[in-house]
Write a protein that binds this ligand. Structure first.
Ligand code: GCO
Length: 444
């Protein structure tokens, strides 16, 4: 394994999310979340599955920490299930829920792994959704209170924090399109959700700072939007989607402003809120998977754009095009568009390939290795072009519950047999361990 040209001290990690791996959804007084509700509705998840058991990480976490120790990764990004901490989204905290994360963090530290905690990876307490969820400004305040609880518990040991995972996906897919929980198809009616999630982010940043958290950042999904032809209409459609998908969430945090025209669509004292939203951060977390192809929608469509396939690239089992150079361009573009951007950490990147164990129990996922290798090189290229990237967290440690795609997509470095819950490290796991080791040896 040759060392990748990444800076000394570069953090290599893996990423997961509570609802996708924990299971045990009724245990120890965890309250119901919008994902429990959503997955119980027929037709929402392709294979009819849910996160009720998934990887059973809630019980098997010592084994998973041991896997990470073997991997030799510096960091681990996990998320806290809000309904374990406050079963109905506000008020008294549930000690058993706190204890789970307290033990997990101690075990990570004992294994030499730096914890990074996400506070909201989509499992909103159902009780808050019943009050309007993220359409309701109060949810942002409840989130700030919950963030303060977690900061008080863990800021002495957890160095890295991501308040909200991918607010764009929650807004546009959860409330705009309805393909993710809570499954509301409000189209432009979802726009206030963006503002409340951003306000929640800002309130959480404040709470984390007050508790002395060392590194506060984001986990922002960025998909470069590519027009599918040279046609002016397709370019314009791409600009609209780029604004809604990327800039609507990055501009307020990094510039303290909304893209033109969108500020007026936001509810509440927007100018004051933007001060809260744009507080300085220690890192900017980027989740990158692929570019999106877009063309103008036919006359009379509810939205001005339409997604389409980008020809000419290999695809993952999810059908997502594999375009590592778009990752380099994205990182360079972020630096150009937002000159004051803090250091970047790649908080997610990875690929879905279904490869399972062969007759010898070996999971030979060469296509995942190729994907990860090319994308780590794309990061190195961005560093070479002057972008300050400090870490890379692979999605994901384990195969897990892939939202509306249930168990049909596997992103793990470790294979999970959902009948026996046996974990089998894939070849990509050993490859990643080698990359990390070579980097340390070469930069020591
Ligand atoms: C996220 C992601 C993950 C997904 C991964 C693959 O929002 O952080 O959606 O939860 O599992 O991106 O789709």
């Amino acid at each position: 394994q040759t060392r990748l040209p990444l800076p000394p001290g570069f953090l290599f990690g893996t990423s997961t999310a509570s609802y996708q791996i924990e299971g045990a959804v009724t245990e120890d007084d965890r309250g119901p979340s919008i994902w429990d509700t959503f997955t119980a509705e027929p037709g929402r998840v392709v294979d009819g599955s849910s996160g009720a058991v998934t990887c059973d990480h809630y019980h098997r976490w010592p084994q998973d920490v041991e896997l990470m120790r073997r991997l030799g990764a510096d960091g681990y990004r996990f998320s806290v299930a809000w309904p374990r901490i406050q079963p109905s989204g506000s008020g008294p905290v549930n000690q058993a829920g706190l204890d789970f994360y307290d033990r997990l963090v101690d075990a990570l530290l004992a294994a030499g792994i730096t914890p990074m905690a996400t506070l909201y990876h989509w499992d909103l307490p159902q009780a808050l959704e019943d009050e309007g969820g993220w359409l309701n400004r109060d949810t942002a305040y409840r989130f700030g209170e919950y963030a303060a609880v977690m900061a008080d518990l863990l800021a002495d040991r957890v160095t890295h924090w991501c308040p909200v995972n991918e607010p764009n996906v929650v807004t546009l897919n959860g409330y705009g399109e309805g393909t993710l929980a809570p499954g509301k198809a409000l189209t432009y009616g979802a726009i206030p959700v963006a503002h409340h999630l951003l306000l929640g982010h800002g309130l959480a940043v404040g709470a984390l700072r007050s508790a002395g958290a060392a590194q506060v950042g984001t986990a922002t999904n960025h998909l470069p939007v590519w027009p599918l032809s040279d046609d002016g209409a397709d370019h314009q459609a791409a600009a609209v989607l780029d604004t809604l998908w990327n800039r609507l969430f990055a501009d307020p945090i990094l510039l303290g402003t909304y893209p033109e025209g969108l500020g007026d669509a936001m509810p509440g004292p927007v100018a004051d809120d933007l001060v809260t939203i744009s507080q300085p951060l220690d890192f900017y977390g980027v989740n990158y998977y692929n570019p999106l192809g877009v063309r103008a929608a036919p006359e009379g469509s509810p939205l001005p754009f339409e997604l389409g396939e980008i020809p000419g690239y290999p695809t993952t089992d999810f059908g997502w095009p594999v375009v590592p150079e778009a990752f380099t361009d994205l990182l360079v573009d972020l630096k150009e568009r937002y000159p004051a951007i803090p250091p970047i950490i790649v908080t997610e990147n990875g690929a879905s390939y279904a490869t399972g164990p062969d007759e010898h129990g070996v999971v030979d996922d060469q296509d995942r290795i190729d994907y990860l290798d090319a994308h780590l090189r794309a990061v190195a290229d961005a560093v070479g072009r002057g972008v300050d990237v400090r870490g890379y967290y692979c999605w994901s440690l384990l195969d897990n519950f892939e939202w509306a795609d249930g168990f049909t997509q596997r992103f793990g470095l470790v294979h999970v047999d959902y009948d026996t819950l046996v974990r089998t490290p894939k070849r990509s796991f050993d490859w990643y361990a080698d990359v990390i080791r070579a980097h340390r040896a070469g930069t020591a």
